[in-house]
Design a protein around this ligand. Structure first.
Ligand SMILES: Nc1ncnc2c1ncn2[C@@H]1O[C@H](COP(=O)(O)OP(=O)(O)OP(=O)(O)O)[C@@H](O)[C@H]1O
Ligand SMILES: Cc1ncc(CO)c(N)n1
Length: 270
């Protein structure tokens, strides 16, 4: 029997292909996982911003989830945009049925500054979803929202990562420094200690979907059996190269390049 590693994303869409479900599936494919997807909201967006959002009905979300659990293996799953609290509740009830790693990207606001989650969903995210996670990957504004504390220094980032695990029950927390100046440093608290993952800051506007790509890569590596620290390390490399060789496409913040770690590609597409 052949063995295939299966990864699932539960998220919103991006027709322009750089973020959301589309970024997740491209990442899974590139990292040699069989990719599956459950859509929460269809988002009319591109590199310049969000035009409109259509939330799928709750019973349809449930049917998509059932379609997976009654038929398909899942070795690891990630969630991205889950805009509404009732969607979160449905997903929080479903996740324990699946014996898989769970990586949460707590998407709240898009790169272009548009809101992708309703204010009232935050409490459900904290109380019902966070305790189910193997890992949560907030950027700084998201970590501030979860902990209710301002994050200014690197020390604050580490404290936030620790608080998200100790006070909110996440399995582990990776606070990402993409929104700061200077080197791009992320801090992981794995329940025992802090680990730092650092890369140089790449001078580019093309960072549409970086968070989606990063969490999808971590999910793929966990699905393949890498340890948490090794999965984050490899995923950090993947997203850094995807930013380095990002595409100058669209009129706004262009998409990352999911082929970038292929040797033949990074030599060709600069
Ligand atoms: N210009 C950059 N150069 C190098 N690394 C970067 C840059 N911008 C972001 N990163 C890295 O990319 C990863 C994604 O982090 P980021 O903080 O941008 O996520 P995010 O805000 O959730 O993304 P999104 O814009 O998709 O919502 C992190 O590892 C971060 O350090
Ligand atoms: C659907 C979706 N999820 C996440 C993000 C954040 O980049 C986005 N722009 N769109």
């Amino acid at each position: 029997m052949n063995h295939v590693t299966c990864a699932l994303t539960i998220a919103g869409t991006d027709p322009s292909g750089g973020a959301g479900i589309q970024a997740d599936l491209k990442t899974f494919q590139e990292l040699k996982c069989y990719g599956m997807s459950v859509i929460t909201s269809a988002v009319a967006q591109n590199t310049t911003g969000v035009k409109d959002i259509h939330h799928l009905p709750l019973d349809f979300l449930e049917k998509q989830l059932q379609s997976i659990s009654e038929d398909m293996p899942v070795h690891a799953l990630k969630t991205g945009m889950i805009a509404q609290k009732d969607m979160m509740k449905v997903i929080a009830e479903w996740i324990p049925e699946i014996n898989a790693y769970y990586v949460m990207d707590p998407v709240m606001i898009s790169q272009s500054g548009d809101s992708l989650s309703e204010e009232e969903s935050r409490e459900v995210l904290r109380k019902q979803l966070l305790p189910l996670t193997s890992l949560v990957t907030p950027n700084i504004p998201e970590a501030e929202e979860i902990t209710g504390k301002r994050i200014e220094t690197e020390e604050d980032m580490k404290e936030a990562a620790e608080a998200i695990v100790k006070n909110f029950g996440a399995g582990a927390a990776l606070v990402k420094g993409g929104h700061r100046a200077g080197a791009a440093i992320d801090y992981l608290f794995d329940g025992n200690e802090i680990h730092a993952f650092e890369s140089e800051r790449i001078q580019t506007e093309n960072t549409h979907g970086t968070g989606c790509t990063y969490s999808a890569a971590i999910t793929a590596y966990l699905a393949q059996g890498l340890s948490l620290v090794e999965a984050v390390k490899q995923a950090k490399y993947f997203v850094t190269e995807a930013i380095r060789y990002s595409f100058d496409l669209g009129h706004g913040s262009g998409p990352t390049n999911h082929f970038a770690t292929r040797e033949e590609v990074s030599n060709k597409w600069i």
